[in-house]
Design a protein around this ligand. Structure first.
Ligand code: SF4
Length: 295
């Protein structure tokens, strides 16, 4: 994080103006969230948290990571692993900038290497307000933006000089499937433009993309990998094999089972053949000799 506390306060104030005509993600709803929940995400201008803690399950270079779990989401994936707090908003606690700052400072004291905001884009202004307060009290950890890959250029520009590591999903290489399974139009265009802006800000070494393999090639991994590689072959791609049919997935015949080993292998091979130089499988680097998905 390069900005001073004063600069962060200015940026937070600028960001806050976006709530009145919200363009904080690629849905580009242009609704006024200061009057109450609105837009596709149905969020107001407050910050609701599901929890926070020091976590060891992230990519190797990020752990121990100071996770901040944010309620609500700008996407609506039918197979969302965190649907209780991301979509159904269960167990959330309204959190002021001062409370967020105290939480960030506590994560820092507990040995976190970074502040890792999970599903952050729809509450970007509130997060910057909390970061500004934390910065005034000496907070200096790198900031990780752990998002869905459906950001807007306006939102990402507000993060320049603040975010050190972008950790977006690359969910789909097929817009029709993105609309059907995550309720978002034009996903691949938003993803491509988001990745370009992220790389412009922090370089390809500061971008780690996650791709969750869906069964039956539904997420179009070959197209995903080509899209990422066309932005930069030096972006790190982490292929995730953990898909399970949770939330509403049982209603969508294509995704009612986990992804098989051969489907995971196909996604990894697509990343390699697209020329991506830094390929991980479930967080472990792929070398010529492995690791390989279980047969
Ligand atoms: S964050 Fe995205 S989904 Fe929510 S109101 Fe703003 S543009 Fe719409």
């Amino acid at each position: 994080m390069k900005l001073s506390a004063a600069q962060l306060r200015e940026r937070a104030a600028e960001a806050r103006t976006h709530y009145a005509r919200c363009d904080l993600c690629a849905h580009d709803c242009r609704v006024d969230r200061t009057r109450g929940p609105a837009g596709v995400c149905h969020e107001d201008d407050g910050l609701w948290l599901a929890g926070a803690g020091v976590h060891f399950g992230e990519e190797p270079g990020l752990v121990p990571s100071g996770l901040v779990l944010i309620g609500g989401c700008n996407l609506a994936c039918v197979y969302c692993e965190t649907f209780e707090f991301s979509l159904e908003r269960r167990g959330l606690v309204r959190t002021s900038p001062e409370e967020l700052a105290a939480l960030l400072l506590d994560l820092s004291r507990r040995g976190a290497r970074n502040a890792n905001f999970v599903t952050p884009t729809h509450v970007l202004p509130a997060l910057l307000a909390g970061l500004a307060v934390a910065r005034e009290h000496g907070f200096a950890l790198p900031v990780v933006w752990n998002c869905g890959g459906y950001e807007s250029a306006a939102a990402l520009r507000l993060l320049e000089g603040i975010v050190d590591i972008y950790l977006p999903d690359a969910k789909y290489g097929d817009d029709a499937k993105a609309l059907e399974l995550s309720g978002c139009k034009g996903y691949t265009t938003a993803l491509r433009e988001s990745l370009r802006e992220m790389v412009r800000q922090v370089g390809p070494g500061g971008v780690i993309v996650r791709h969750l393999v869906l069964p039956g090639g539904v997420a179009a991994p070959e197209a995903v990998m080509l899209l990422v590689a066309a932005v930069s072959k030096q972006i790190t791609i982490n292929v995730l094999s953990q898909y399970r049919p949770v939330h509403r997935a049982a209603h969508f015949p294509l995704i009612t089972r986990g992804a098989g080993p051969s489907e995971v292998r196909t996604a990894v091979a697509a990343a390699v053949s697209a020329g991506l130089e830094n390929v991980l499988l479930d967080g472990r680097r792929i070398e010529a000799s492995g690791p390989k998905p279980e047969a």
